[in-house]
Design a protein around this ligand. Structure first.
Ligand code: TMP
Length: 232
């Protein structure tokens, strides 16, 4: 048995958190140890970086370059502090976003140079790459509706794993999210980025139509993951 690293990707509104929790329960039922993480975040340092990136009152002037580096600072910490030790113990690691988000959001969305972005990602992750990536795809309309509704009632509820590292987040009050303040064209480019990634790496990235009901999506995810688990 080897460790297994599975990442979940996609624009807002694809139901990633719910599907990750469901998958975690299912894999645990097989007797495997499962770690659920999120990016940016997942370590005490990473959660502070997440706050700076998304919610801090000081982040209005953040440049795309600073954003790229902070995303990857959080990632470099998560890889070394949590992911590598977990994989060495042969755990199953489920991560809500990983470096495909950087390609989609910072290279395509923010229009930073793709080669430079890839170089920084490589530095942050080294040899630690996902075995499987599930891209939960929803239409622009669904994603946009979800984003807008979240902007009015946003609460930053941490994923499991982040719970172990409570950082000074104000859980009781709505928090503004700088990432979700970008314009429509930005999110259209992010979607194009994900599509390009899926075409370039069909072996690793499996596109799941996430507009269907939760049970159907969960069943399809399980079909894909089961195959990979059997080989791990
Ligand atoms: P989320 O945890 O609610 O999905 O918020 C994370 C936000 O950060 C989301 O808008 C996507 C964005 N993001 C990037 O722009 N680049 C990255 O590398 C990662 C991991 C996330």
């Amino acid at each position: 048995m080897t460790g297994l690293f599975i990442t979940f990707e996609g624009t807002e509104g694809g139901g990633k958190s719910t599907q990750i929790q469901r998958l975690a329960e299912r894999v645990r039922a097989l007797g495997r140890t499962v770690i659920v993480l999120r990016e940016p975040g997942g370590t005490p340092i990473g959660e502070e970086i997440r706050h700076t990136l998304k919610h801090s009152q000081q982040n209005h002037a953040m440049t795309a370059e600073a954003e790229l580096l902070l995303m990857n600072a959080s990632r470099a910490q998560l890889v070394r502090e949590v992911i590598r030790p977990a994989l060495a113990r042969r755990d199953v690691v489920l991560c809500d976003r990983f470096y495909d988000s950087t390609i989609a959001y910072q290279a395509y969305g923010r229009r930073l140079d793709l080669k430079t972005v890839r170089g920084i990602v490589d530095f942050a992750v080294g040899e630690t790459r996902p075995d499987l990536t599930l891209l939960l795809a929803v239409s622009t309309t669904v994603s946009e509706a979800r984003r807008l509704s979240r902007q009015t009632k946003l609460l930053d509820v941490p994923a499991t794993g982040a719970e172990a590292h409570p950082v000074k987040l104000a859980f009781n009050e709505p928090l503004r999210d700088r990432m979700e303040e970008a314009d429509r064209d930005f999110f259209l480019r992010v979607e194009q980025g994900y599509q390009a990634l899926a075409v370039a790496e069909p072996g690793r990235i499996k596109v799941i139509d996430a507009e269907r009901d939760m049970e159907t999506v969960a069943a399809e995810i399980w079909c894909v993951v089961e195959l990979v688990l059997l080989k791990s």
